[in-house]
Design a protein around this ligand. Structure first.
Ligand SMILES: [Zn+2]
Length: 409
């Protein structure tokens, strides 16, 4: 803001110097080509300095804008990472849930089998005790009670298969013990895995928390930048309104001197030889536009012709240059021509001027070179048609003969 004030004060000083030199040296216009005059040299260097300052401010703004854009990109990337983290956490939670159920089932099975094993072992032991107690008499008695040799062999066979059976029971019990040990080891593995998942989960949750904090911080910064952008836009629009009010009052004052407008249709201010001479990047009237990454709306006082910097600008009709100002606020470097009878045309955002205040100009005479000075987002000619100071649409009412076709961007 203070930079802009300095700009405005300095440009007012340049304007004063210009006016002063016109009055002090009535022949100044004739001598203008002779840049031997030290005042004129001083003026040129002042203008150059203003242009440099403006270029610096614009470059700073552009860099701020691209920084903000990259912050939005970072925010989007972070939000994607958060989504992935949340999915990862969900995955761990699912795994832990499944593992928890599996561990529970395994534990229950092991408990059941252990009890079964213990039970079988107890029964086996009881049976062995009984066999042993009865054995001395039992097995031997069984053999001795044999009534024949063949009976004896049958009894011996029976005894043998009873021993076989006991052996088998022992073998089975042993196998079951082994299986149980393996299952217990598998359960331990699962429990270790569970612990690992829990650790991974808490790491992921910590990371998620950090990322959320990062995003919140970014959002806070962006909101601050947006507030800042809003106030900048308000300042720009106030500046634009001020420029309009001043020009309106000035031209209305001129119009009071009377006379009538006799020139009919005015000419298009850009030659058909120039690139983009028929491209309208912003029409007259209400419009929305994007600035500082935000949408703003206002009433556009003229039409924007999208010519590149360095394109010659011609007087739309005969008249007198009533304003020729370098870097005068939102209009930048501009020319205003009074065509008589309250009609005036206005050419803004020029890079340089070919005329001075008070010059009498002819229709089609070059008056300026287009540029991107003042409040612009890119090079163009802002062209206004005013009647008694009030803006009207140059493309309506047969006021200006425009190229066919007109192309709207
Ligand atoms: Zn404009």
């Amino acid at each position: 803001m203070s930079g802009k004030n300095i700009l405005r004060i300095t440009s007012a000083a340049v304007l004063l110097a210009l006016v002063f030199s016109l009055f002090a040296f009535p022949q100044a216009r004739v001598d203008a080509a002779n840049v031997s005059d030290s005042k004129s040299k001083q003026m040129e260097s002042d203008i150059q300095k203003l242009k440099d300052d403006e270029a610096t401010v614009k470059a700073k703004l552009a860099s701020l804008k691209s920084q903000e854009a990259s912050q939005y990109e970072i925010k989007e990337t972070l939000e994607e990472e958060i989504k992935l983290k949340e999915e990862e956490i969900q995955k761990y939670n699912d795994l832990l849930y499944e593992l928890g159920i599996s561990i529970q089932n395994k534990q229950a099975e092991i408990d059941y089998k252990s009890a079964e094993c213990d039970e079988k072992f107890e029964q086996f032991k009881k049976r062995l005790v009984v066999s042993y107690e009865e054995g001395q008499q039992g097995y031997l008695g069984m053999l001795l009670s044999s009534e024949s040799i063949s009976d004896f062999f049958i009894n011996a066979e029976m005894m043998n298969s009873m021993l076989e059976y006991d052996k088998q029971v022992m073998q089975d019990l042993n196998d079951q013990r082994k299986t149980l040990t393996e299952e217990k080891e598998a359960l331990l593995d699962d429990q270790t895995k569970q612990e690992q998942y829990r650790n991974d989960l808490s790491v992921a949750e910590k990371e998620l928390e950090n990322k959320r904090a990062e995003v919140n911080n970014l959002i806070y910064q962006l909101q601050r930048q947006e507030k800042d952008a809003e106030s900048k836009i308000a300042t720009l629009q106030a500046e634009r309104k001020k420029a309009d009010d001043e020009l309106k009052a000035y031209l209305a004052e001129l119009a009071r001197k009377g006379g009538s407008f006799t020139q009919g249709k005015l000419d298009w201010p850009i030659s058909a030889q120039s690139p983009l001479y028929n491209y309208i990047s912003s029409p007259f009237g209400n419009r929305s536009y994007k600035i500082y990454n935000r949408w703003a709306s206002d009433f556009h006082l003229g039409i924007d012709i999208a010519v590149r910097t360095g394109t010659p600008i011609y007087a739309a009709g005969d008249g007198t240059v009533v304003k020729a100002v370098y870097l005068g606020g939102s209009y930048g470097t501009y020319v205003t021509i009074d065509h008589g009878g309250g009609v005036a045309t206005h050419y803004a955002h020029c890079s340089s001027l070919n005329v001075k205040q008070g010059d009498v100009v002819k229709r089609g005479q070059q008056i300026a070179v287009s540029g991107a000075t003042g409040n612009v987002t890119g090079p163009h000619l802002h062209f206004e048609y005013r009647i008694n100071g009030n803006v009207v649409n140059p493309l309506e009412g047969g006021r200006v003969s425009y190229p066919n076709p007109l192309v709207y961007w």
